[in-house]
Design a protein around this ligand. Structure first.
Ligand code: FAD
Length: 451
């Protein structure tokens, strides 16, 4: 097509901050007209959950990386902020756009997208959305009766039977960018300044598409062979891909095809963990208030304790006197992440030994995790609480001492994060594990009665 006669295209990037395997970007380039590549910071619209501190840090660096990659191809990244339903139509008018492209999202924000699609189409624009960020769009995997799955194993079996139908797209080789005024990233103040607590994050992570790609390659080459030891926090045996997937710097299709092309004994197990991400999104799709409400309403009857400020502070800062809990919470504070097994243990401790509502812990993780995700964070908290889909039964209370003996036998992990563990400075436990466990089981009777 002749770009001289075509009005510009806008590609609206969201949690898909990548150039390769980005169908919306590819379609905009293919259309042939100049392209505005937009990232719109919308934390004011209903249905948008404002980012926490750690994801704000990640976003900043991811946008820097994306800007650099786009520039090499010939385009600038345009930053705008405000409510999408105001900002996007205004940008359309400003540049005289004739087409808008985006990759679909599946949380409550999809309603914003649906309204925008109708409105812009009514105005005569070409508006196209794409399947890009989940292997399986939630409405495509349903039970025989057409309902969403509530249990993981049949869900994932159904996914595998369907098969993954698309191959990753290559990155465009050039983009005919259209320069329009942009916010300045630094003015968004996404980075912490006083104090700058992000040193541990900087040491641990390389946000951006290239950082994600390198993680994937290193994982396939050196780490996946140890994935059967993924429950041991003292060794590196998992991918570390979660924040890259969270921001869409790596697509699940890229992960899927890259690993399937290099099969190893642990590949299927690893891909089933990617399946848990899909499952949580499919749950969120049917239940957009996942971070606010119990998925199983019987849990509304649970008599949570008002959090004791000193106990909560001890949990957050890793000074509970329970070594594995303290190690995990300190890992989180330092690196913006925590090993999955330890996430389960610290969550169980908060919910079942301190009797604190899972929403309190979920909010802390939301603020401090670099991979904090609107489906997987509340989905997993509700899984531990017992209130979620396919959740661990409430009466399964992790014993953090036994968990440490089983999964961190040589104390490699605990010693790394709690170096004072053997000294007299290390505090006594803030609760009696046995008594608090019994109290939790007694409180659970209220849920049983409501079922
Ligand atoms: P790997 O073992 O290498 O797994 C590969 C990928 O599979 C992960 O990157 C992730 O995308 C996905 N995955 C693995 N386990 C799960 C799971 N249980 N649920 C959903 N996806 C999974 N994960 C998040 O991505 N965001 C969150 O906000 C989040 N919050 C959590 C809160 C709690 C209380 C718990 C118990 C778990 C949470 N998880 C969350 C799941 C899991 O802990 C992380 O995905 C995992 O630790 C990330 O490390 P990895 O990439 O090395 O995992």
């Amino acid at each position: 097509m002749n770009s001289a006669v075509l009005s510009p295209s806008i590609v609206w990037l969201r949690d898909d901050l990548r150039i390769a395997d980005n169908p919306a970007l590819a379609a905009a380039v293919e259309r042939g007209a100049p392209v505005v590549v937009l990232y719109l910071r919308d934390d004011v619209s209903p249905g948008i959950r404002p980012l926490g501190s750690a994801t704000r840090w990640w976003l900043h660096h991811s946008l820097v990386s994306l800007t650099e990659s786009l520039r090499v191809l010939g385009a600038e990244l345009t930053l705008r902020s405000g409510a999408a339903e105001e900002v996007l139509p205004a940008l359309v008018a400003e540049v005289g756009a004739g087409a808008v492209f985006w990759n679909r999202r599946y949380g409550a924000a999809r309603e914003i997208d649906a309204r925008l699609k109708t409105r812009l189409r009514d105005d005569g624009l070409e508006v196209t959305s794409f399947h890009a960020n989940l292997l399986f769009e939630p409405w495509t995997v349903t039970t025989g009766e057409g309902n969403p799955y509530r249990v993981f194993t049949p869900f994932w079996r159904a996914c595998l039977e369907r098969g993954v139908d698309r191959q990753p797209l290559p990155a465009p080789t050039a983009i005919q960018g259209l320069d329009v005024p942009s916010d300045t990233l630094d003015d968004w103040t996404l980075l912490p300044t006083r104090p700058d607590w992000a040193g541990g994050l900087r040491d641990t992570w390389t946000p951006g598409e290239q950082g994600g790609r390198e993680r994937l390659e290193r994982f396939a080459e050196d780490i996946l062979e140890d994935y059967h030891r993924r429950d041991e926090p003292g060794i590196e045996s998992t991918s570390g891909l979660s924040p890259h997937l969270r921001f869409g710097e790596v697509s699940p299709f890229q992960v899927w095809h890259y690993l399937r092309a290099r099969p190893q004994p642990n590949t299927a197990k690893f891909l089933s963990e990617i399946g848990w991400r899909e499952f949580n999104w499919s749950i969120l799709y049917g239940f957009p208030e996942l971070h606010k409400k119990n998925y199983r309403p019987a849990f509304d009857a649970f008599p949570w304790d008002e959090p004791d400020p000193a106990e909560l502070a001890a949990w957050k800062s890793g000074h509970t006197g329970i070594p594995l809990v303290d190690a995990g919470m300190r890992e989180l504070w330092h690196s913006g992440s925590m090993h999955n097994r330890v996430r389960m243990v610290v969550a169980s401790f908060l919910i079942k030994n301190l009797l604190v509502d899972w929403r309190v812990g979920e909010a802390w993780f939301w603020d401090t995790l670099v991979d904090a995700d609107e489906a997987s964070n509340p989905g997993n908290w509700q899984w531990v609480a017992g209130s979620g889909a396919d959740a661990a039964p409430y009466f399964r209370v992790f014993n953090p001492i036994l968990q440490e003996e089983k999964f961190d036998k040589g104390r490699r992990y605990v010693r790394r994060w709690v170096p004072e563990i053997d000294s007299p400075e290390y505090p006594e436990p803030i609760v009696d594990l046995k008594k608090s466990r019994n109290d939790a089981l007694a409180a659970y009777e209220a849920v049983k009665a409501a079922q």
